[in-house]
Design a protein around this ligand. Sequence first.
Ligand SMILES: [Zn+2]
Ligand SMILES: [Zn+2]
Ligand SMILES: [Zn+2]
Length: 262
Amino acid sequence: MNCPACRSKTVEQGFEGSRGAKVLLDVCPTCHGLWFDAKESIQLSSNGVLRLFRQMHGHKDEHYRLKEPLACPRCRATLTKTQDLARSNRFQYFRCPNEHGHFITFFQFLREKGIVRSLNAKELAELKKHVQHLQCSDCGDPISLETDSACPRCRAPLCILDPKALGATVEGLNPAAVAAGVVAPAVAAQILMEHMKLDGFFRKIDSQVQAASTSVGTTPIADSSSAETVAEVVETGVEAIDLLDVGIDFFFDIASGIGDLF
Ligand SMILES: [Zn+2]
Ligand SMILES: [Zn+2]
Ligand SMILES: [Zn+2]
């Protein structure tokens, strides 16, 4: 099928579901959106979530701005934008009114799973000491920390990976599915949580900002309506970073030091 958001051909892939079931998802290799068929109501297991997470890791593609309305890939009906709440995280997705399934961006999927959480005021103040401009983790638009605490375009909040939630997910890994000879999931979860504390994360940001400022600035914004904001970002000489990308890099840096967990 074609991705409802960017029209690229999606790739159908199986992921581990709860109770040993297999969940087939249509994953978009371009915008990293996910399509869940209505029958795919089985929840992904921890193994499934982390495998999907790893697959998305390393993508440095340009962000894709959703252009609504989106059409159902099965029946072409306009998908209904739906707001939902999971573990006090607000997230949104687009569902077919004829119940063929739903489309969700990778960022919103992580919101739903509770793997990312919004920054609190204290963390936001600390973050401002390290960086002035960010890139929205959902749509890629620039965010100025001087004036905004959410994306001015799509309203996505500033989010970071939640070490606790990631730890709990790693702890939920099926030990039988974990490669033999590596540490137990519970131990790995402890190590991850210990290392993913905020000060470590801010050090990671500093190194990314440095790396970005040495590469001469192209900003990944394709739309001419953002010309001024592009100019503004380029002027600072620093390519705006995405907290989610930094967090995922950070997570895999640590995880790779632990062993082949998933
Ligand atoms: Zn797509
Ligand atoms: Zn439909
Ligand atoms: Zn946005």
